[in-house]
Design a protein around this ligand. Structure first.
Ligand code: GLA
Length: 728
């Protein structure tokens, strides 16, 4: 008979399924997962949803017949359905037969854990399936450790992070879909019987087309503040796959690394840890799911999630590659005058033999171009101090150009396929370094390390990535391990990022990948924020930011005021509208302030001061999406609330102006019904003419039930308003 142990367990022994069943409920304040580990060897997920108590479990069995699903189903033996793991054993056997060996609870400093250990009945293979409830959040994550307990290699063909049964019914899948400059559009799809697959194959910018995150409704079409919604996101930076497999009676979400062309050899004694899949469940619609992820992100899944972000000027759209000492200094002085706190010098500052004047050369040669910056970076950090701002710098360290000294010295350091010419990207010469190779890992680490050692005053790094994994070949990996390339690349990248974080815990690092190609919790544990999109058109940004907010918090969302007409879309937008949109996220500017008119300068100074006032609410508060831009209802609106709801910030925009059309009323879900608020217009274009609601008081009950009427402020094309409501 197998020996069962349960460490700190408070599991009940109920007798509904098996005389020897042990049932574990793992809970957060609002959610629970229930798992059974039977003495006869089987393990099941019984429930995931709104919070239940342990003594509710018997009731689940009493009234329900079709939910119970295996915990981590295997391929090849006693299974004709979906599988979580598939392996080829040393003797060619393509099956596993996993049975429960033990189960128990434990904890780590950030959460409560439940671990079920499964072992093959004959072969030396062990799988530990973990569930972790993060303290102080409504997130439970799951992942597994797959261990080869024998001596000979095992080939892993599939190695999932999550195998989650959900209740089949009127399900809708909500996910973010996009492209370069059009990131994170929201897709709502009724779930048909069959299979929906969301996957990335880019290798590098793995959040662009389909973000590795889903919401799934259990009770009909998605609503913002009501209805039952499951949410899940994968913490993996490489190629991933999320499958939603549905039949009349069943729905399963299966998530993990994309196993296509990625067979992994598990050596004797080796453990493969799958990435975490973080989940939540909400009875408050999509809004509840978003707020749960935002809270968790700020506490655990993002760098410095409790630290307010600086307001910055980025040089890119102001000067592009035209970097020079006087222009950088002028930009520093100008952003300081407006109230900004940080200046970031973007691309174009490096390259010695090959100066970086456009996208065709120099990546890899991270030495300053002294023709443009005679005093080096040091003179810029010193100038920044003089001008009263912090200093940040752009790098793209995972890349090289064929036209670079780095490539001339180390042509074997790039990913390349034997007997084939390297595929090139941006500028016709960009290639990707081979992060499977420890020497290359050291080099990529040294890009940041050298900059920081030489210039300890650098406060911010923009880490970019502008190419895909096109050539699946590594000169470092042996011939029989080439299929591990994408997995090993990202293991290498994680190592590099972890080394940087260990040495430079205070550095602010932005995750950029041709815009929003890496907006993913697979990257964010090492980054403070991401660049939402290379599309800085405020009008389209409203859509991009709306979509992005479904999983990612405002504190991480870099949103910049750029020039009009916009450089990407050519659209003209009012200066105030551009500020009112950028103030939804981590506010920045990305234009040449020297080209601003006096009136724009005066407005920008006021708007930046106002942003400082609301910054804690925007960056640390709770988001309520009120009216979606995708619904084309003339206006769009959203709101942030401080945790105690004593401060609200409301944003509203006219996107679809028609004369005499009537502006919908905005109901403020999220206001405290028992509070009375005073309204302040934060960004009037003319300081002497705030909107008519300025100074008025209103109760939370009225805000909830009747709402704000903003006709007078939103009665022209691209009119916008940002209001602060403070409880009296
Ligand atoms: C990418 C980024 C931009 C900018 C350029 C510089 O496209 O997304 O913000 O940094 O690279 O080359």
């Amino acid at each position: 008979m197998k020996i069962f142990y349960s460490l700190l367990t408070s599991a009940l022994s109920l007798f509904a399924i098996s005389a020897s069943a042990q049932h574990y409920v793992l809970s957060t304040p609002k959610t629970s997962i229930a798992v059974t580990a039977n003495q006869d060897g089987n393990a099941y997920i019984q429930y995931y949803g709104a919070k239940i108590e342990q003594n509710d479990i018997q009731g689940l069995f009493n009234v329900r017949s079709n939910f119970t699903r295996p915990l981590y189903p295997q391929h090849g033996y006693n299974n004709n359905k979906e599988e979580a793991i598939s392996a080829i054993l040393p003797d060619g056997n393509t099956s596993l037969d996993l049975a429960v060996a033990s189960a128990g609870r434990s904890s780590d400093p950030t959460g409560q854990l439940l671990v079920v250990t499964l072992k093959d009945k004959v072969y030396p293979v062990q799988v530990k399936v973990y569930f972790k409830a993060y303290n102080g959040t409504d997130i439970i994550s799951t992942w597994s450790d797959i261990t080869n307990l024998g001596k000979r290699d095992i080939k892993l063909n599939r190695y999932c992070s999550a195998f989650m049964p959900l209740q089949r019914g009127d399900n809708y899948l909500v996910h973010m879909h996009g492209a370069w400059a059009a990131e994170n559009e929201i897709d709502n799809t009724p779930v048909p019987n069959g299979e929906i697959v969301l996957a990335e194959k880019d290798g590098m910018r793995t959040a662009w087309v389909n973000n590795p995150s889903i919401m799934m409704t259990l009770d009909g079409s998605p609503r913002e503040e009501s209805g039952q919604v499951f949410g899940g996101t994968l913490l993996w930076s490489g190629n991933y796959k999320i499958r939603c497999v549905a039949s009349n009676r069943r729905l399963t979400v299966i998530a993990g690394i994309n196993e296509d062309n990625s067979q992994y050899t598990l050596e004797g004694g080796e453990t493969f840890t799958t990435p975490e899949f973080a989940m939540t469940f909400s009875n408050e619609g999509k809004g509840g799911v978003s707020r749960a992820f935002h809270t968790w992100a700020r506490k655990y899944a993002l760098q410095h999630g409790d630290r307010l972000r600086d307001i910055l000027l980025n040089s890119w759209e102001g000067v592009y590659f035209d970097i020079s000492q006087p222009k950088m200094e002028e930009m520093m002085a100008n952003v300081h005058k407006l109230g900004g706190e940080l200046f970031v010098m973007d691309d174009g500052w490096f390259g010695n033999k090959y100066p970086r004047n456009n996208g065709t050369s120099s990546l890899g040669d991270w030495t300053v171009d002294t023709r443009k910056l005679p005093g080096g970076i040091k003179s810029l950090t010193e100038a920044a101090k003089r001008h009263g701002v912090k200093f940040g710098i752009w790098i793209e360290p995972e890349m090289a150009n064929i036209k670079s000294e780095l490539y001339e010295k180390h042509p074997d350091w790039i990913l390349q396929v034997k007997n084939r010419k390297p595929t090139v990207g941006r500028g016709g010469t960009q290639v990707l370094l081979d992060l499977c190779n420890p020497k290359v890992q050291d080099f990529v680490y040294s890009v940041t390390d050298n900059l920081m050692k030489e210039n300890p005053d650098i406060a911010y790094i923009k880490w970019d990535c502008n190419f895909s994994l096109m050539d699946w070949g590594s000169t470092y990996l042996p011939a029989d391990r080439q299929s591990e390339l994408n997995v090993r690349y990202h293991m290498g990248l994680r190592k590099v990022l972890q080394r940087i974080r260990t040495k430079y815990p205070d550095l602010v690092i932005q995750c950029c990948a041709s815009g929003g190609g890496r907006i993913s919790y697979g990257f964010l544990p090492w980054f403070d924020e991401f660049w939402c999109s290379d599309n800085t058109d405020a009008f389209q940004r409203l859509f991009i930011q709306w979509g992005t907010s479904h999983f990612y918090p405002a504190i991480a969302m870099a949103a910049h005021v750029s020039a009009s007409p916009n450089h990407q879309t050519k659209r003209e937008t009012p200066f105030k509208f551009r500020f009112d949109v950028a103030m939804q996220g981590r506010l920045g500017i990305e234009l040449d302030p020297a080209k601003m008119s006096n009136q724009e300068r005066e407005f920008a100074t006021r708007a930046i001061a106002s942003y400082k006032e609301i910054r804690p609410v925007v960056q640390l508060g709770d988001l309520y999406r009120l009216i979606s831009p995708f619904e084309h209802k003339c206006i769009s609106a959203l709101m942030y609330a401080s945790p105690d709801k004593s401060k609200l910030v409301v944003y509203a925009y006219n996107l679809n102006y028609l004369y005499y059309q009537g502006v919908p009323t905005i109901k403020l879900t999220g206001a405290d019904e028992n509070k009375v608020y005073r309204i302040k217009d934060l960004t009037p274009w003319d300081a002497s003419k705030p909107c008519p609601l300025n100074g008025k008081t209103v109760s939370g009950r009225v805000l909830h039930n009747s709402g704000l009427q903003l006709d007078a402020s939103l009665n022209s094309p691209m009119a916008s308003v940002v209001l602060e409501l403070v409880a009296e």
